[in-house]
Design a protein around this ligand. Structure first.
Ligand SMILES: *Cc1c(COP(=O)(O)O)cnc(C)c1O
Length: 451
């Protein structure tokens, strides 16, 4: 019997579907599916045994064990043959903290989970390794799948392009024309995907790719495909593992709060799913709260939260530096609201100035903050100010991408050319003639200013 399967998020529909089936929605209600696990089977292993197993694999020399995802494979895709796994060493990322970070944000126990320190520079690798591994397995077993396709605000396409290329599978990318960063566009081009730049926004691309993938020979890689969630859900599990060890305890430990930027809202659902599994299998004994952070220009969940989630209305997302979360009609909104209700969740928004200044503040502590993580750090500042997050509560911000993917954003900020943004922490290069005297003067001036 299968130890994991697809099932509707609608609790009334209990039909199970095999993970080998090409299916993304519950045929009856049209709701999304989720991967369910045989929790009874998993609970036969003690919490202590799970912790020891997962710790023994952390950063192992064995390629599959070393992956943050596949080191926890019994909780991810327990029935997938190890030989079919397509991994590029994703996950097991650093948990950043320190005195300077705490000082910049005036918060004592603050962590940033660096999910962007990954093969393609964003957390999308965590889910894509699972999806491409499953497709690889299906193709090996004769499934007539000819290509994998996705709509993307940039990072999903980069991840799909790399994992598909590595596995020798063709990929098709639908992008909103001129709405993603140059680095993000360069990635699928370089990895040999068919890159289609469409004259629409992300929501428009999402609609077309759903229709395109009605043909089962083109497999859908967006996060409405819940295989992605299974990989992404390991992020909270890793944080618990790292945090326990950081304070020298045998137990695993969760922060009081997670703050996570949200666009299509798959990742917050994934975070919740992993935390729930930790709790249900007794590896931790309490659950944290979750805050979703949205750009004010693309804030449909924030607007719904203002009305206690009584109602959700899609919007047309406006322009934001946080281009990967420029989404007005998030496909996983039902899952996300369910997660937030379960985790005492809140939603905060950040303006362009708030996200850019928060990112720059983070950079001063040694991070390189992408605009989406900037949204989350700005949300931290605002939730602290509003008294929602207390000074004595521990907080983990999920950093979703590497700052190097957003060089225009960073340079623009420091050059003061980011539109309406009033930049509070700019740092500009000094043009100088090549003489020791001039350099010494500049150094002296710098040291005087800083001390
Ligand atoms: C995809 C993405 C997000 C949003 O994740 P969702 O699952 O769509 O909510 C946030 N930040 C970055 C950098 C992303 O690429």
């Amino acid at each position: 019997m299968a130890r994991a399967w697809f099932q509707s998020i609608n609790p009334q529909h209990t039909q199970k579907y095999a993970l080998d089936e090409v299916i993304y929605r519950d045929p009856k209600s049209g709701d999304l599916l989720e991967v369910r696990h045989d929790m009874h089977e998993l609970s036969k292993t003690s919490a202590q045994a799970w912790r020891e197993l997962f710790d023994s694999r952390w950063r192992s020399h064995n390629k599959v064990d070393a992956s943050g995802i596949w080191g926890k494979r019994e909780w991810v895709l327990p029935d997938l043959p190890v030989d079919d796994i397509v991994t590029l060493g994703e996950g097991a990322t650093a948990l950043f903290s320190g005195d300077e970070l705490s000082k910049q944000f005036g918060h004592n126990e603050l962590y940033v989970k660096l999910c962007g320190n990954s093969h393609t520079g964003s957390f999308k690798d965590l889910g894509m390794t699972v999806l491409v591994s499953q497709v690889n397995h299906m193709i090996k077993n004769g499934a007539p799948i000819r290509a994998i396709a996705c709509a993307s605000t940039g990072d999903t396409s980069a991840a799909l392009a790399a994992y598909a290329a590595y596995a020798g599978i063709l990929s098709v990318i639908l992008l909103p024309k001129n709405k993603i960063s140059l680095a993000q566009l360069m990635q699928p081009i370089a990895n040999g995907s068919l890159v289609l730049a469409l004259d629409t926004d992300f929501d428009g691309c999402m609609q077309i790719v759903q229709e395109l993938t009605h043909e089962k020979e083109i497999y859908l890689a967006n996060s409405m495909n819940s295989l992605r969630i299974e990989g992404q859900k390991t992020v909270g599990i890793e944080v618990a593992q790292q945090l326990g060890r950081q304070v020298g305890s045998d137990d695993w430990r969760l922060p009081d709060w997670f703050i996570i930027p949200g666009g299509n809202l798959g990742n917050v659902s994934a975070l919740g799913a992993g935390l729930k599994m930790l709790y249900d299998l007794k590896l931790v004994n309490s659950l944290p709260r979750i805050a979703v952070a949205q750009a004010a220009a693309a804030n449909p969940l924030y607007l719904s939260y203002q009305k206690n989630f009584a109602d959700f209305q899609a919007i047309t997302a406006g322009e934001t530096q946080a281009s990967a979360i420029r989404i007005g009609n998030p496909i996983s909104v039902k899952k996300a609201i369910h997660t937030l209700k379960e985790f005492g969740g809140v939603v905060e928004q950040a303006s362009e100035a708030e996200l850019a200044n928060a990112a720059a503040l983070g950079d001063l502590s040694g991070l390189l903050v992408d605009p989406h993580t900037g949204v989350a750090l700005a949300a931290l500042q605002k939730l602290k100010k509003g008294g929602v997050i207390k000074d004595n509560e521990s907080v983990c911000v999920i950093s979703t991408a590497h700052g190097l993917k957003f060089a225009d954003f960073k340079i623009g900020y420091h050059a003061g050319s980011l539109g309406a943004v009033e930049a509070n922490h700019t740092n500009t290069p000094v043009d100088l003639k090549a003489s020791l005297g001039a350099v010494k003067d500049a150094v002296a001036k710098f040291l005087d200013q800083k001390h």
